[in-house]
Design a binder for this molecule. Structure first.
Ligand SMILES: [Zn+2]
Ligand SMILES: [Zn+2]
Length: 137
């Protein structure tokens, strides 16, 4: 079984494994700026299971280690790849067609959370990248 997803205008479509490794909310400044949003929910998958099935993304190096992929037509951010995590990639959770069956399990980079955003869940919060991830990018 696989999952599918894509951008707002549907110029880009992708396929990825059904099972995610994990998922979480990222409050880092790079995610905030790249999405124009206070927080971005990401799901992590084995990189080999991901493929674009329609279109080709624009690629932006948001840091020395980080690469973000987006639709050049509508701007939707779809994928994050980290040089220090060659086995995995992150997909914007809400770009999945089924955006409900994978649920975030933690908050990272809470040190840069916007003050007016209230976290009302009981998920673990980490000021930085947390125990399972390298630095942001
Ligand atoms: Zn698009
Ligand atoms: Zn981030």
């Amino acid at each position: 079984m696989t999952r599918t997803g894509g951008c707002l205008c549907q110029a880009i479509r992708y396929r990825v494994s059904y099972e995610a490794i994990d998922a979480g909310y990222c409050h880092c400044r790079l995610c905030q700026r790249s999405a124009g949003a206070p927080v971005v929910a990401w799901a992590t998958f084995p990189r080999v299971t991901f493929e674009y099935t329609r279109g080709a993304p624009g690629v932006y190096a948001s840091s020395e280690q980080g690469q973000r992929e987006h639709c050049t037509e509508c701007g939707t951010q779809l994928v994050f790849r980290h040089a220090f995590e060659p086995e995995t990639l992150d997909v914007t959770l809400a770009s999945l067609d089924d955006r409900t069956t994978i649920q975030p399990q933690y908050h990272i980079w809470v040190a840069s959370k916007v003050d007016w955003l209230q976290i009302n869940d009981t998920l673990p919060q980490y000021p930085d990248a947390g125990p399972d991830h390298p630095d942001a990018g």
